[in-house]
Design a protein around this ligand. Structure first.
Ligand SMILES: [Zn+2]
Length: 381
């Protein structure tokens, strides 16, 4: 299911292959987020053509809208979205537990208000796995209790304890269905370790989740408002306790500078709204760092967004034209900039994999860090 191909001699970076029911994803890889069963402004066909290997959907959001009846009738999310590569499904624990919708959380499960209708729902961990099986995703994520990052230590400890109780129940339910989705295809199940910004809880959670023998291991509860330093500290506390021979997924990370740093620590999978959300705010990735395209200085700039990028947008349009669209509130600029940013990150991961395979990852990382101007912002999901 997961094979490690090459390991970098001077860091923990590695390349590998994650085999799912919809093909083989070369690791490390980045997944655009398709919470509402679409990547914002990029089509599934475009993602496949640019070399994107996977997307991540959301069980909680899909359950609410369009609902499981339609998903089952159509034959799963691959058919509904017309995306034929690997689809992950996040449980949606993070969204379910957001304060505005939450009614109550206990070991039994989560009750929450329906944001689209005047009614309440209650989901057990087993229900979430049932929904993910009905979605037909290739990789399901366990239901986890994500505490607010600055919660009190005792609240984080309680969320960690509950996450472990739920993880065991998710695993048991999944095993009882032969690790297959309802369409008879193999479905992998990843566990999620939590622990806020506590070293002790992060280590404890990583060990407990690792011991449950999931197909893959995720680091959760980060990129939700803490600083980048805190985020990396938490990841570093957990990675040594997450089996090296399994795929390791750092949830919510998607800026180029964070991806390359996490790859050096041995992370294999990433997902984030970062590329598309930034595109909608006119933040564009380039070889030298992010530029803010709606600034006046680009109004007469006839160069492409990134002279080193060979995407459709960079081959056909100037910064000046895209600047004009953004200033004219022509929403095509959302589409063009999102396409470029997703393409850029997909190719960035391709270059990272090639550098690891050639034994040149350290030089690649050094060169990247020297020229790429980082944005001074907190980690944000
Ligand atoms: Zn481009």
């Amino acid at each position: 299911m997961f094979n490690i191909k090459n390991t970098d001699p001077s860091t923990q970076a590695r390349t590998g292959e994650l085999k799912t029911a919809h093909g083989t994803a070369k690791t490390p890889f980045f997944m655009p987020v398709a919470t509402k069963l679409t990547i914002k402004h990029v089509t599934p066909m475009e993602l496949e053509q640019m070399g994107g290997q996977a997307v991540i959907t959301n069980a909680y959001v899909t359950y609410l809208k369009p609902g499981m009846e339609l998903i089952k009738e159509v034959g799963g999310v691959h058919r509904l979205m017309n995306f034929n590569r690997t689809i992950f499904s996040d449980s949606g624990g993070f969204q379910m537990l957001s304060e505005s919708f939450l009614k109550e959380v206990s070991d039994k499960g989560v009750s929450f208000h329906d944001p689209f209708a005047n009614r309440a729902h209650f989901l057990k961990p087993e229900d979430v796995i049932r929904i993910e099986r009905e979605m037909g995703s290739d990789v399901a994520m366990c239901l986890d209790h994500v505490p607010a990052v600055k919660s009190k230590e005792e609240d984080i400890a309680e969320a960690v304890r509950r996450t472990h109780v739920w993880a065991e129940r998710c695993k048991k339910y999944h095993d009882a269905h032969d690790s297959k989705n309802i369409y008879g295809k193999r479905q992998l199940l990843f566990g999620i370790a939590q622990g806020g910004l506590s070293k002790e809880l992060r280590e404890k959670s990583a060990k407990a989740i690792d011991a449950l023998d999931f197909d893959g291991l995720a680091i959760g509860g980060l990129c939700i408002g803490e600083s980048k330093e805190e985020m990396f500290k938490a990841a570093k506390w957990q990675l040594p306790h997450l089996s090296k021979e399994k795929p390791r997924y750092l949830m919510g990370v998607g800026s180029p500078e964070d991806i390359i740093e996490a790859v050096s620590l041995g992370v294999d999978c990433f997902d984030s709204i970062y590329p598309t959300q930034n595109a909608r705010h006119c933040h564009v990735f380039t070889r030298k760092g992010t530029i803010k395209l709606d600034r006046g200085r680009y109004s007469k700039d006839m160069s492409p967004l990134d002279p080193d990028c060979d995407c459709y947008v960079c081959k056909n349009f100037s910064r000046a034209y895209l600047h004009h669209l953004s200033r004219s509130f022509e929403w095509t600029h959302h589409r063009y900039l999102s396409y470029h940013n997703v393409y850029w990150v997909v190719k960035f991961l391709e270059r990272i994999r090639a550098a690891i395979d050639k034994g040149e990852f350290e030089e690649f990382r050094k060169e990247f860090n020297e020229r790429y101007v980082k944005r001074k912002i907190s980690a944000k999901r």
